[in-house]
Design a protein around this ligand. Structure first.
Ligand code: PEP
Length: 253
């Protein structure tokens, strides 16, 4: 059965020492907190990956993710990071397709499809982000748009590969804006994504793939969003930068 997951995306925030302090606060809080969350994933900047991977070795619910990877295995790609480098420092997940990378780094569905292959080919699990802009939402085409993102970047995979995929639905208009999708809007899209998975891969894959909501999810609205049948947790940006807020989101389950 699919897992209840809360993932925190630190983006380009936190110095090395501030990041380690935040991580330690989260670990301490997690050991005291009562919650039903089955997996916590921290998507840290590259500089933290090795240290936090070491620190979370004895914490079964915690996993570490990079925020990006290159589609090639190695080579002359200045400033980039490969999947094998990420694996070599102990991280087990990678975020692929975040809307900020799609927007600022012109990452197309096709490039993302190659990144997914590179990650899975190196035993790195994938949190795959999809979601529409406000313009597309208002045009009424948002379901087709997300369909296309999924088909183009994930639907070449085998059924077995989906056990290493988490999907994060992140409407762009809700990311970092303080605007959150209503629980009905989130459920509508999550249900659609699950139906889409069922039509491509069958009910077993659909029912065992975790689908997270992302977009201004915080300590106040997490409970309501997570109570929707097809919302299996959240991908959290801003609210993941303060341990107390992040921990209270985790406790929303
Ligand atoms: C994100 O960047 O994935 C995100 C959901 O950000 P925020 O929670 O700040 O909207």
């Amino acid at each position: 059965m699919r897992k209840k997951i809360v993932a925190g995306n630190w983006k380009m925030n936190k110095s090395y020492t501030d990041g380690i302090s935040l991580f330690n606060e989260i670990i301490d809080g997690l050991s005291l907190a009562e919650h039903q969350c089955e997996k916590v994933i921290l998507c840290t900047p590259y500089i933290h990956l090795q240290k936090v991977s070491e620190l979370c070795k004895n914490h079964q619910t915690l996993s570490i993710a990079a925020q990006n990877c290159h589609s090639e295995i190695a080579g002359a790609y200045t400033g980039e990071i490969s999947v094998s480098m990420i694996v070599s420092v102990g991280a087990t997940y990678v975020l692929i397709g975040h809307s900020e990378r799609r927007m600022y780094n012109a990452e197309s569905n096709e490039i993302l499809s190659k990144k997914v292959d590179a990650a899975l080919g190196n035993q790195l699990k994938v949190i795959f982000c999809c979601g529409e802009s406000l313009e597309i939402r208002n045009s009424g085409e948002y379901i087709n748009y997300v369909n296309n993102q999924l088909e183009s970047s994930l639907f070449h995979l085998t059924k077995e590969a989906f056990s290493n995929i988490v999907i994060a639905y992140e409407p762009i208009w809700a990311i970092g804006t303080g605007l959150t999708a209503t629980k009905e809007q989130a459920q509508e899209m999550h249900q659609h994504i699950r139906t889409k998975l069922a039509s491509g891969y069958g009910l077993e894959v659909a029912n065992s793939t975790s689908i997270l909501y992302g977009g201004s999810c915080n300590a106040q609205n997490a409970k309501e969003l997570f109570s929707q049948v097809d919302v299996d947790g959240g991908l959290i940006g801003g609210a993941a930068l303060k341990a107390a807020d992040f921990l209270s989101i985790i406790q929303s389950f």
